[in-house]
Design a protein. Structure first.
Ligand SMILES: *Cc1c(COP(=O)(O)O)cnc(C)c1O
Length: 372
């Protein structure tokens, strides 16, 4: 079936009540029969829940994976993948990666001895050189945050597998509507469901979708239930509801982002636009090969003149909301270096935008008045 159909029907349970919209099961525990067995398969809310199981079925179907594991945040999903590593093994991560994921690897897992190496993943030779015998996991984001760089998923998978390592792709920016990492030979697709999956800026969540339901996937599931970073039944229900419209939202947002990128690229107050949908973008050819149906709803751009004009431009916007995060129905914009704080390596003239489902003409009019 097509993604539009799976987004509505995958994991849709048949309720005892014949309700068309699934019930929310809040119960934390489930009654055993007189033999001590659990006839429903559910024991306790941390282990499993009907709404979570329905969500995981839908997520696995959308990414074309063998299994999905839902978490209470995107960073918890990344922690689930890192939990597959053994002491002494190392992770090799892209330089341009979400700063929370970087902190998780070097700060939290680093304290327990996880070795972390970084490389420029847009250069496959640099990735090959950075591989070590202990490298067991490669972790990449494409398109990346905040420079919207494109990396070659199939090429990375080949390097990882040749070295006995696995490849995890954070597919938050593209979503399975535009890019399918597992079909390009990645082992895991990781998401912050707080972004396009939720789509309405009202859920924090995450998930891992695995290509195979093997021992490492069992480990990720054990991490989910043992460490307990599980999403609530209501969040699972709400997220399943949001996923039904994911194909419609992402296609509309992507089409508008393309128009906005073209408008900004032609404006003399803008020094440079980072968007793979522009023909002269360094990632364009690769993105055209490995993505489909457009280039995503995230873009970033450099305002001519540096930090002060960049901040002034953002302060004049009326329709775009100044806030971090992305993927919602409303367009958001931020001066990324301010959001990341004093340690940020992000250029001071860089603005990141997440394009929502408003009409392109209204968004462009707002950008125009703020740039003039
Ligand atoms: C937001 C984000 C994360 C972290 O997700 P949370 O849900 O905030 O924990 C990871 N990767 C990317 C690309 C993100 O945008």
């Amino acid at each position: 079936m097509h993604l539009e159909t799976l987004a509505v029907h995958a994991g849709r349970p048949t309720e005892a009540s014949n309700a068309v919209t699934p019930d929310i099961v809040l119960s934390t525990t489930f009654e055993r029969n007189t033999n001590g067995e659990v006839p429903s398969g559910y024991k306790y809310g941390r282990y499993d829940n009907p709404n979570r199981r329905a969500l995981e079925t839908r997520l696995a179907a959308l990414e074309g994976g063998a299994a999905a594991v839902a978490f209470s945040a995107g960073v918890a999903a990344a922690a689930g993948v890192l939990s597959t590593l053994q002491p002494g093994q190392r992770v090799l991560a892209a330089l341009d990666i979400f700063y929370g994921t970087r902190h998780l690897m070097t700060g939290e897992f680093g304290r327990w001895g996880l070795g972390v190496d970084f490389a420029d993943f847009t250069d496959l030779d640099a990735v090959r050189r950075a591989m070590r015998p202990e490298t067991a996991l490669l972790f990449v984001e494409t398109p990346s945050n905040p420079l919207i760089q494109i990396t070659d998923i199939a090429g990375l998978a080949q390097i990882a597998h040749a070295g006995g390592a696995r490849l995890a792709v954070d597919n938050t920016f593209a979503t399975p509507i535009l890019q399918n990492p597992l079909a390009l030979d990645a082992d895991y697709a990781v998401h912050s469901s707080s972004k396009f999956f939720g789509g309405h800026t009202d859920i924090v969540g995450g998930c891992v979708i695995a290509a195979r339901d093997d021992a490492d996937t069992t480990r990720i599931r054990e991490h989910q239930t043992t460490a307990g970073a599980v999403p609530s039944p209501f969040d699972c229900w709400l997220l399943s509801r949001s996923l039904a419209t994911l194909p419609l939202r992402v296609r509309a947002q992507t089409a508008t982002a393309q128009c906005i990128a073209e408008f900004l690229a032609a404006h003399r107050a803008i020094r440079k636009v980072n968007y793979p949908g522009l023909p002269d973008d360094p990632g364009h050819a690769l993105a055209a090969r490995q993505m489909h149906d457009g280039f995503g709803a995230m873009l970033s751009f450099h305002v001519a003149g540096g930090r002060a004009p960049a901040l002034a431009f953002v302060s004049r916007l009326q329709l775009f909301t100044r806030a971090t995060s992305l993927g919602g129905v409303e367009s958001l914009i931020e001066h990324r270096a301010s959001s990341e704080g004093p340690d940020s390596k992000t250029p001071q003239d860089l603005i990141r935008a997440s394009i929502g489902i408003e009409h392109a003409d209204d968004l462009i009019a707002d950008l125009e008045q703020a740039l003039t």
